[in-house]
Design a protein around this ligand. Structure first.
Ligand code: NDP
Length: 348
């Protein structure tokens, strides 16, 4: 298979075997369903690029896909058997027909294309962003999915600015730490919730003005006290089931509740009258895919994030980088609230 992929000499030993190591899900289920297996190296089709991965990002969306939460989603539906993983960074190993102006050896990163828990993945060329000189591939991987999410939440879903107040749940998490920093950079006042004293320190270090340990204290009462009863303009609620009702109570009249995650479980029902009673507030359940809908939007968000990181204005915390074979341990860590920042799988 080496010749069709046009791989460089260093790839020959892997491509020649026509197989690669990957993490496969054969049936929806828990972390135990992740199996480290040999599978065929995928071949890039029209408009696709074969990426030789250095790092895969581990994200909550991988947990949802593994467990079948998105089985009926038009945006993210995937059916086992599948190689999972929705984020990666590495080098272009080969180009399919019509894959654009990338070249073998280009350093690239991406998110929302399935199959990154593997040595190689085929990715639609339009989803790839070039990694600028000076940005290491672990940082590039870490900035794709969580970075683009924090970017759209603070800039597009609700365009934060001076005078705005926001509440960020799970503020020491991967998305949370980036939301805090981007919100502060835009001039907003940030209240963050976290699940431990150590995490409170992390959220403060990222710039949160106020931090609430929501496993110890009633976050609704705390937000009311901090804001003098006024509430916040926007709540970024990635926790979902456990926090959703309280989040509604934290809003100012005509505020925005973004239910952008389900770390504690999904919000499954909402009564429109509750939105009216909360002060004619707005509710949205966004998908990242709709905010990086084309190459231009992807590059705009990634470009901003790379620039801020290179300027030293954005801290990316890599919690840990585990070997690819330890994907199940990685899933247990993120589901068990044990991570404080980005979790990566190290592939080479
Ligand atoms: P995190 O690093 O934030 O990890 C999840 C955190 O959620 C935990 O560390 C924990 O923090 C908190 N949490 C609260 N309750 C629970 C619970 N019952 N089980 C597990 N965790 C809990 O993960 P990510 O940054 O990768 O993702 C954060 C969320 O954002 C996820 O829900 C993800 O699906 C969502 N997301 C949504 C996107 C979108 O466009 N809609 C895109 C990207 C991510 P603590 O201990 O401080 O409470």
């Amino acid at each position: 298979m080496g010749a069709p992929y046009g791989a460089g000499a260093e790839d020959t030993d892997i491509i020649g075997t026509e197989e690669m190591k990957a993490i496969v899900v054969n049936d929806y289920g828990g972390a135990e369903t992740l199996s480290f297996a040999d599978v065929p190296i995928p071949e890039p089709g029209d408009g696709e690029v074969l990426v030789k991965l250095a790092y895969a990002g581990v994200n909550f969306i991988d947990v949802y896909i593994r467990g079948g939460l998105y089985a009926r989603s038009h945006t993210y539906a995937q059916t086992p058997p599948m190689v999972i993983g929705m984020e990666g960074a590495g080098e272009v190993a080969a180009l399919g027909p019509g894959a654009g102006d990338l070249a073998e050896g280009d350093r690239v990163a991406y998110c929302l294309s399935l199959g990154s828990y593997a040595e190689y993945a085929t990715v639609p060329a339009w989803k790839l962003v070039k990694v600028p000189h000076g940005v290491p591939l672990d940082i590039a991987a870490a900035l794709q999915l969580q970075g683009s999410t924090a970017h759209y939440l603070t800039q597009s879903l609700f365009a934060l600015g001076p005078g705005h107040w926001c509440l960020v749940h799970a503020g020491a998490g991967g998305v949370g730490q980036l939301v805090i920093q981007l919100a502060k950079a835009r001039g907003a006042t940030v209240i963050a919730t976290v699940g431990s004293g150590e995490k409170a320190g992390i959220a403060r270090a990222r710039g949160a003005d106020h931090v609430i340990d929501y496993r110890q204290d009633d976050f609704v009462a705390a937000v009311k006290e901090i804001t003098g009863g006024k509430g916040v303009d926007v709540v970024y609620d990635s926790v979902g089931k456990d926090t959703f009702e309280g989040s509604l109570e934290c809003l100012k009249p005509r505020g925005v509740l973004s239910n952008n995650g389900a770390s504690s479980g999904a919000v499954t029902a909402i009564d429109p009258m509750d939105l009216a009673e909360a002060g004619s507030v707005y509710f949205t359940r966004p998908h990242l895919a709709d905010y990086i809908a084309d190459a231009k939007e992807r590059n705009l968000r990634a470009g901003d994030l790379f620039r801020l990181w290179r300027q030293g204005r954005l801290t990316v915390t890599i919690d840990r980088a585990l070997p690819l074979s330890d994907a199940a341990e990685a899933h247990r860590a993120i589901e068990g609230r044990l991570t404080k920042g980005k979790l990566l799988l190290r592939i080479r």
